[in-house]
Design a protein around this ligand. Sequence first.
Ligand code: ZN
Length: 409
Amino acid sequence: MATPALADTTIIHADGVIVDADSAPRGKSTVTVTDGRIVSIEDGFTGVPEGATMVHLAGKILAPGMIDLHVHLTGDPGGDFWKGAVEPDEWGVVVGAKNARITALAGFTTVREAGSGPETAFALRRGTAEGFIAGPRIIAAGVPLAIIGGHGDVNGFRPEVNEVLDTGFTCTGAVECAEKVRLASQNGSDVIKITATGGVLSQQGRGLEAHFTDAEMKSIADTAHSLGLKVMAHAHGARGIEAASRAGIDTIEHGTFLDEAAAREMKKNGTVLVPTLMAFKGVTERLGKGVYTPVVEAKIGAVADTARVFMGKALRWGVPIAFGTDAGVFGHGRNAGEFALMVAQGMTPRQAFASATTTAAKVLDMEGEIGRIAPGYSADIIAVDANPLDDISTLEKVEWVMVRGRVIE
Ligand SMILES: [Zn+2]
């Protein structure tokens, strides 16, 4: 009989542990991690078994690794839409490997990849899972579904160039939209991403309201759910948000022009808002600098003011909110800047931290796996200098990160 391989154990000593956003913090503790899973949390500093790796984080507080529900790892910020015609998808994997490490070092141990080339995010997903590249756990959408000429489709080129660059994921009518959901599922999507309304950074200039019909969105949601997949919908206009929620879409990304009627519909259906406030900050920073084309500049101008208040309104109207940033629209690694923006619109630090841990885990149907430091959970752990529930800005300078039991360097 072969001898079983020795379990890989890490012992972490820290001055405090935030086990989850709702529990009282623990004092000096020892967290034991074996083969990528949290085994125990004990009071005080216990001894180190022979063969175990010791991590001593004096003066640091451990917290659950954070979850960003909206990133684009394969891209960096920039207004050059024509790059879509000159950069091959393979380059996206290289850019993504760089950004995966930066994202993990910023304390984000799970991300939902909200739209990429056909295979790029899937390759990264496997790369971080197998430990070939440093990075977070990746839940990947793959290519987003869009209407022909909508946000998410190729725009701004000559028709024959648009055709060559076509991703194959536009659809018209309930039947074709169901077909594209099934194709995405077959290709390996963990979640279906759709661009339910117009969008800001694309070259399409057909407004920010609903682009898919109600029947198309219902078909997308029903088909995805029948395959056990959730749907995330990029949406800005209020009626588009309301229609997406009514159709059964699971999360609304951005949600900029959300009004009370749309909020009521979301609350009724349990549709979660992922506000991506950092995206608005990122694009506004580059406004008027010749980065964007005129069609895009006009759209950024249209969303800049409401971006400072809409999440606060959603919160007051009782819409469930989970953390997502749209990193890639701004520089990767600044993800935790979202917390200050959420708090500025009325969230408590505790609510904001929950939105990036327990709440986000629930959106991913992974609440038994990630989002807290507890026995049996994946060893996704960060270390910070202060209690984030007292000072949320401490999350912007994460000192140490472990993803699935591996320390990120
Ligand atoms: Zn996005």
